[in-house]
Design a protein around this ligand. Structure first.
Ligand SMILES: [Zn+2]
Ligand SMILES: [Zn+2]
Length: 398
């Protein structure tokens, strides 16, 4: 009798646990860290692709895209070493790491090294299920003096820079070319607009007009990009919110924010150089392949970071909850931002000091996102006094 009673009780509690966990359990999250904006000798970076990729591999990234200007790293290209490369011992470091793999020649004009193509460096360094190299190009156009740069992640065929009659047209035609290639080849790929405030080339109104625009750089680690804006230009985070209010009202999918390094300089580390390790994305995807990562990112299943790691980002119909993967002796603050019915701005909804917080959606909430601040000064910041941060993607609540 006792046994049956026990059995009944345990089965009831088992059912209870099951029911309870169905309501509150967070599905397992698989975080893949990557940087989608990097330069090598294929354009204006100052190192060989393999050396750069190796840095990301050694520093706990799961994916990387070398996004050189107007090239997808194909064909026979010999790079002639410059004085600055000799000063940095670039070739010696490369030879030490890669041995006979390196192809160099010396003639009357100096020393040249053959740059390995995308297929070559991928075959050497890609490791199935643990480190992925994705093809990319920074389609580098301009209108007048205004730079218009757009990265294309998982591009298959080079897209030429666009010439058009306005910044808006250059952007729209680049996006159209990416969508056309995707459709034609039936391969997922996406454009992301780079550093809008670089040379203050791209403004909020131009971005609002776009169709088919899903990603832009919320944070870029290059010292010349003005993420924070100035007296006459919005900071990127403000732009992001204004654009999303407009996209929401026009029933366009929301704009998602990416953090990147835009690294060019691999030998000297300082705030006036564009170095590795400043900004990245962390994607919730079980599988590590371009199709799965792109699918997850397009669904908004990722966060962007300039230093903070998150343990959990979970949303359902009722709430958004965040948990920080905290470091010792660091203070965190989780801020929920939202766009509400009847408002014209994204406003602060809730601010919590600590490593975990949740926001329960209210009746008139339309868009909600979270931003996480810390009191940690960033090591090798892109701008003096920079603190480590993270941003989750905006969610449409209603
Ligand atoms: Zn650029
Ligand atoms: Zn770049």
């Amino acid at each position: 009798m006792f046994f049956f009673k026990y059995l009944r009780l345990t089965s009831i509690s088992f059912i209870f646990v099951l029911l309870f966990s169905c309501d509150t359990a967070v599905p397992e999250q698989h975080w893949q860290k990557g940087n989608l904006h990097t330069h090598s000798f294929w354009s204006d970076g100052d190192d060989f692709p393999e050396m750069i990729i190796q840095w990301y591999k050694d520093n706990d990234y799961q994916f990387i895209a070398l996004s050189d200007h107007n090239t997808i790293a194909t064909g026979d290209k010999w790079y002639k070493l410059k004085e600055s490369d000799k000063k940095n011992n670039t070739l010696e470091k490369y030879q030490k790491r890669c041995g006979n793999w390196v192809e160099s020649k010396i003639d009357s004009s100096g020393t040249s090294v053959r740059l390995k193509t995308f297929e070559e460096y991928k075959s050497k360094l890609d490791v199935q299920d643990s480190f992925l190299i994705i093809r990319s190009e920074e389609v580098t156009s301009s209108f007048g003096k205004k730079p218009v740069h757009i990265n294309v992640t998982n591009i298959q065929k080079k897209i030429e820079p666009i010439k058009a009659n306005s910044v808006y047209e250059v952007m729209q035609q680049t996006l159209d070319a990416v969508h056309a290639q995707r459709k034609k080849l039936n391969v997922p790929m996406f454009a992301h607009i780079n550093h809008p405030n670089f040379g203050y080339g791209i403004n909020t109104e131009d971005l609002k007009k776009l169709n088919g625009e899903r990603f832009f750089e919320l944070y870029n680690g290059h010292p010349a990009v003005h993420n924070e804006g100035d007296e006459t230009h919005f900071g990127i985070e403000t732009m992001w919110d204004l654009i999303n209010i407009s996209y929401y009202n026009e029933k366009k999918p929301l704009l998602l924010g990416i953090a990147t390094d835009d690294s060019h300089n691999y030998h000297v580390k300082s705030s006036d150089h564009s170095n590795t390790g400043r900004g990245w994305v962390v994607v919730n995807s079980k599988k590590l392949d371009p199709v799965s990562l792109i699918e997850a990112m397009e669904a908004g299943n990722f966060y962007s970071s300039s230093g903070i790691s998150l343990k959990k980002v979970h949303t359902n119909k009722k709430r958004l909850s965040i948990e920080v993967d905290s470091k010792e002796d660091v203070a965190y603050e989780i801020i929920f931002m939202g766009y509400r019915e009847g408002s014209e701005n994204m406003e602060e909804l809730k601010r919590v000091k600590g490593t975990a917080a949740e926001y329960v959606f209210e009746k008139n909430d339309l868009i909600v996102r979270a931003k996480i601040n810390s009191n940690v000064l960033k090591e090798n910041p892109y701008i003096k006094g920079e603190l480590e941060q993270a941003w989750t993607q905006p969610i449409i609540v209603k």
